[in-house]
Ligand binder design. Structure first.
Ligand code: NAD
Length: 237
């Protein structure tokens, strides 16, 4: 097999749907071996990733299946609109568990393998809400700000071992995550389409192409960085 990711061995979580599924397909198409995980869908490893031992087992099974590990792309995530008033603790903590703590645990467990490889890659999935807040998204935005900060710190710590860590920050992307909100509030979809100078929602493939670049040798000097992939929406006043 050839391709710019030939020889690379990646874990992609959230690969049962949306952006994660597109990322897994793109890394495969570019020649990587990919070990996929999700709580649902057609994946190699089916589990709820919010439990510590699960991430240890995921890394062990991926390393055994692929003979090593040099790339981690945690895409699994949850989101929903909840106003601050009446926002219950359990839901807030659940969002942090999936979007932040599971990412931390997976990256922690993968780190010895990434360091041993010498050119490891970590690409986390933040959001434009890693940089800005939004109404009804206090838990989600808190988790995504945290993922960006986590990624920058990991980049600082693992850079001396040749590992890069970057955070892709998608804008509004048409996936099963956003479909219910856009169905219930068509004006919200129109708002995002108009806010983006490119005048459309993103597609999962728009994100997957950027992730694949960041996983490739071409991105070897890009690290500690959050990158908006949002059709220009956030760069526009
Ligand atoms: P999606 O709902 O299509 O996919 C998310 C996947 O994560 C699902 O397959 C789900 O089963 C999985 N998942 C959720 N909780 C899990 C758990 N505890 N254990 C294992 N798997 C779990 O959503 P998407 O839009 O593809 O989102 C992917 C990532 O992109 C998320 O981190 C999301 O926050 C981020 N993102 C999405 C958008 C967007 O507009 N769609 C924008 C910015 C960021």
């Amino acid at each position: 097999m050839s391709g710019r990711l030939h020889g690379r061995r990646a874990i992609v979580t959230g690969a049962g749907s949306g952006i994660g599924a597109a990322v897994a397909a793109k890394l495969l198409a570019d020649g990587a071996e990919v070990f996929t995980a999700d709580v649902q869908g057609d994946v190699d490893f089916t589990a709820d990733l919010t439990r510590d031992a699960v991430n240890t087992r995921l890394v062990a099974e991926a390393v055994e299946a692929m003979g090593g590990l040099d790339t981690v792309v945690p895409c699994a995530g949850v989101s929903a609109f909840h106003p601050l008033e009446g926002h219950d603790d359990a839901y807030f903590l659940r969002v942090l568990d999936v979007n932040l703590i599971a990412v931390f645990r997976l990256v922690r467990e993968a780190t010895p393998h990434l360091k041993a490889h010498g050119a490891g890659r970590i690409v986390t999935i933040g959001s434009t809400t890693s940089s800005y807040g939004d109404e009804g998204l206090c838990a989600y935005a808190a988790s995504k700000h945290a993922v960006l900060g986590f990624t920058k710190s990991v980049a600082a710590e693992l850079g001396p071992f040749g590992v890069t860590a970057t955070c892709v920050q998608p804008g509004a992307i048409a996936t099963p995550m956003t479909a219910p909100a856009f169905e219930q509030m068509p004006e919200y979809q129109t708002f995002w389409e108009n806010k983006a100078p490119l005048r459309r929602l993103g597609r999962p493939e728009d994100i997957a192409d950027v992730v694949a670049f960041l996983c490739s040798k071409a991105a070897r000097f890009v690290s500690g960085h959050g990158l908006w992939v949002d059709g220009g929406a956030m760069g526009r006043h």
